[in-house]
Design a protein. Structure first.
Length: 289
């Protein structure tokens, strides 16, 4: 097995190679003067399983087409099998045509990967209107979850916690994690007014005063949903607030925004960021063994 990576996922790929005792090879990926992609393998892949490690963030569009070039090149060079490890899989949130004329990005992304890779491994993909990855992928597509790791982190680092899901979509994570470590949980009802403006309201009241609140979500993007949840928790007398995201996109100064509200931000390392405190390498390694 040979593990390869391109920009932004090198650290994760190298750690995975070490964990699985596999060969690691850095790809040469650059642009020609006219902007065309240049790609080169730097090791022999004929007859071998090639594992591409690439989170689709940052630059998700570039990540997708670079991944396709890598996979197609590996096959052309005689690779026995091509596995894509995409710890964060972008395009999943556009899972229907919300407005007339829109692209259903998740289906297009899946179609491209179905044609280029033999197997997909991803962590906590955004499954809302899809029941499973099988709804859009024809190749074996494995979903693994960071719930256990997040639960262990909370148990070790947060005393007397309560767990909040900032919306119904996130509550599947919040409730499972809360049940795992036997602590109370609740969910907020989110009303989205625009891509950046949301409001939230507690659905199931629980005692928050004097507690250390942990807000759990699969994706922390602009941080606006987390910010509204944090404001609600503060109003109810929370002692401290920690926001844990499986995938930290953290765009538009999200961390700064949350720090102003005295919210500690913690993420897994599916996307490289200074907030990474939860390591998913072991989860991925278990699927590759």
């Amino acid at each position: 097995m040979i593990i390869v990576s391109s920009k932004h996922s090198e650290d994760l790929a190298q750690a995975l190679a070490k964990k699985t005792r596999s060969e690691y090879s850095q790809l040469t990926v650059k642009e020609f003067p006219d902007g065309d992609l240049y790609l080169k393998f730097n090791t022999e892949v004929k007859g071998k399983t090639v594992v591409i490690v690439r989170s689709f963030q940052p630059l998700p569009n570039t990540a997708l087409y670079t991944t396709i070039f890598i996979a197609e090149t590996a096959k052309d060079l005689g690779a026995k099998e091509v596995i894509l490890v995409a710890p964060y899989l972008a395009f999943m949130r556009q899972d229907k045509r919300f407005n007339p004329g829109e692209a259903v990005s998740s289906k297009i992304m899946a179609k491209l990967l179905n044609n280029s890779v033999d197997k997909l491994i991803t962590i906590d993909p955004h499954l809302h209107r899809y029941k499973s990855l099988k709804d859009i992928f024809k190749i074996p597509a494995i979903k693994i979850t960071a719930n256990e790791l997040i639960g262990d982190y909370v148990k070790k680092n947060v005393k007397d916690p309560v767990i909040i899901g900032p919306d119904w979509e996130s509550y599947q994570w919040a409730e499972k994690i809360a049940n795992r470590i036997n602590v109370p949980s609740t969910v907020l009802r989110k009303t989205r007014h625009s891509y950046r403006e949301v409001s939230v309201k507690v659905v199931k009241p629980i005692e928050i005063k004097g507690k250390n609140v942990v807000i759990v979500d699969d994706i922390i993007s602009t941080g606006n949903t987390i910010a509204e949840a944090a404001k609600q928790a503060k109003k109810q007398g929370a002692k401290s607030i920690t926001a844990i995201g499986v995938h930290g996109l953290l765009i538009e100064n999200a961390v700064t925004k949350l720090k102003r509200l005295e919210v500690k931000v913690v993420t897994t390392n599916t996307i490289k960021h200074k907030t990474n405190e939860i390591d998913v390498v072991g989860l991925i390694a278990d699927e590759l063994r």
